[in-house]
Design a protein around this ligand. Structure first.
Ligand code: HEM
Length: 112
């Protein structure tokens, strides 16, 4: 839920941020991996970075989250939040045998 202070800021900046989100997220990841290249070794998928899936996923979630908060004050986009939370929790799982697919979000195959 947005505070009274944050609401007008998000509402006013959403059109511009939304229209530029496709430019913002690639720059965000470029800076992140320049500062922390080790994140590309086992945590983030290099192919999802190359083909743009990860940038698209982050951009879509930010736009969907902000739009929901502005259009439905007092409620949360539960489906989006649950999906993102499950995804990140799976990344931290000690039993993770392989990465989940960001396109299908299907669970990894069991260890053999
Ligand atoms: C505002 C904070 C964040 C948002 C909105 C966000 C959003 C997302 C979304 C939408 C996905 C794709 C989920 C799906 O496949 O359904 C994702 C995946 C992922 N996120 Fe985040 N995330 C955030 C913070 C972080 C942080 C701090 C890290 C760790 C440094 C992180 C690491 C990852 C990784 C490793 C993946 C999987 C990427 C891959 O398969 O290559 N995220 N995130």
């Amino acid at each position: 839920m947005l505070s009274d202070k944050s609401f007008p800021v998000i509402e006013a900046t959403l059109p511009l941020v939304g229209s530029r989100i496709g430019e913002i997220t690639p720059k965000f990841y470029a800076r992140l991996f320049a500062a922390h290249p080790e994140l590309l070794d086992g945590l983030f998928s290099r192919s999802n970075q190359r083909n743009g899936n990860q940038q698209q996923a982050l951009a879509g979630s930010i736009a969907a989250f902000a739009t929901h908060l502005v259009n439905n004050p007092g409620t949360l986009p539960e489906t989006v939040l649950a999906r993102i939370a499950h995804r990140h929790a799976s990344l931290a799982s000690p039993n993770r045998s392989t990465r989940w697919s960001t396109s299908t979000c299907s669970p990894p195959s069991p260890r053999t």
